[in-house]
Design a binder for this molecule. Structure first.
Ligand SMILES: [Zn+2]
Length: 126
């Protein structure tokens, strides 16, 4: 009996499963909002990089962003997806201050280049 080992453990199925779990959020973001954000934000709202799965690039993987840095504000206006690179750079900084940072200059990120949701936040005085 020449039983083979389980074939293709790295099949697409496994990969898909992992991808779905990738951004399970710890932010109490309701499902509808999470789905809406994922539907609309296919790219980083700041630098515009297209999201990649974590196992391809950590930097350009999607992460949850509270535009106003307050985890209690869970609205479509405040929840967006940005890449880990931008998220790490922005940290606790206020949006308008972060936009002046070296990181933003190096990546060509400005109030004019960011996604609409971020522009709206800037207009509202962030
Ligand atoms: Zn980014």
């Amino acid at each position: 009996m020449n039983r083979r080992k389980r074939p293709r453990s790295s099949s697409g199925v496994l990969y898909k499963k992992r991808k779905n779990n990738l951004m399970a959020n710890n932010w109490n973001i309701p499902k509808w909002l999470e789905e809406e954000a994922r539907e609309i934000d296919k790219c980083c709202v700041y630098c515009g990089v297209e999201f990649t799965p974590l196992n391809i690039s950590r930097k350009s993987a999607a992460s949850w962003e509270h535009i106003i840095n307050d985890a209690k504000i869970i609205t479509r206006e405040n929840i967006a997806l940005c890449c880990c690179g931008c998220n790490a750079s922005k940290g606790q900084k206020q949006l308008s201050i972060w936009l002046q940072s070296k990181y933003c200059k190096e990546h060509g990120i400005s109030a004019e280049t960011v996604a609409l949701i971020v522009k709206q936040a800037i207009e509202n005085g962030l």
